[in-house]
Design a protein around this ligand. Structure first.
Ligand SMILES: [Zn+2]
Length: 240
């Protein structure tokens, strides 16, 4: 998930592990030239490792086994920025040692899809949406929060934390007035299985609306403002 220099020659590296959730490892000598595991602890690596796990202390990696790299993510600053933001979000949402094989898999497949050329903005949105239940603020996207209907025009109410149908738009004067397509994707993203995504294409206008929907929830409602997100915004502004 990230690495940071520690003392003169060492490094701390955080992995999202399948067995123990996010976990910090101490790597003695990792900053020295000719460090034998240098390639195995690069950012955007994945694989199996043996090590010593300590519950409350730093853990150690002993041997890497079959380590691979997401090469496109490593080599493309734009993909890199999305992948880094996703991992920072997970780092924010999960305490160290809080195990979730489900989220280990979501992260694994998200990075794999981004590396394979699937739109990273959309993969990020799916993670952002599904992560809201981990953060304890899952929106109701199955149907209207008042009557449950999903066959009428729907809009999103921030104050109610979910959808309203057109019969109940009057329950929130400040409903977001989102486009139909945006609502369609929000509902789809909430139930989609990331491991099964083959391709997903969303037009630019809808992508913009989705981006501002999640910015509003994460930054204004949850107060989560990450440096990696600022960097991502800068890159996107530069691109346009
Ligand atoms: Zn309703």
């Amino acid at each position: 998930m990230y690495r940071k220099n520690y003392r003169e020659h060492d490094m701390l590296v955080k992995f999202f592990t399948a067995e123990f959730g996010p976990k910090m490892f101490f790597l003695r000598g990792a900053r020295r030239k000719n460090y034998k595991m240098a390639a195995d602890i690069l950012p955007f690596s994945y694989g199996s490792y043996t090590g010593n796990i300590k519950k409350d202390l730093l853990s150690y990696i002993v041997n890497p086994i079959d380590v691979q790299h997401y090469l496109n993510i490593s080599n493309d600053i734009y993909l890199n920025a999305y992948a880094t933001y996703i991992m920072n979000l997970l780092d924010t949402a999960f305490d160290d040692g809080k195990t979730s094989i489900d989220w280990f898999n979501k992260l694994f497949y998200s990075l794999r899809l981004i590396d394979a050329g699937i739109d990273p903005a959309i993969i990020t949105n799916i993670i952002e949406l599904q992560l809201l239940s981990v953060l304890g603020v899952a929106p109701e996207l199955r149907g209207c929060m008042v009557c449950g209907r999903s066959d009428l025009n729907l809009d999103y109410s921030e104050s109610m934390g979910g959808l309203l149908c057109e019969n109940h738009f009057d329950r929130d004067l400040y409903r977001l007035r989102l486009d139909k397509k945006t609502i369609f994707y929000l509902r789809k993203f909430s139930i989609i299985e990331i491991s099964k995504i083959k391709n997903i294409k969303v037009n630019n206008q809808t992508k913009k609306e989705l981006r501002s929907f999640f910015d509003n929830i994460y930054e204004n409602n949850l107060g989560i403002k990450l440096k990696s997100k600022n960097f991502l915004d800068q890159i996107n502004n530069f691109k346009i």
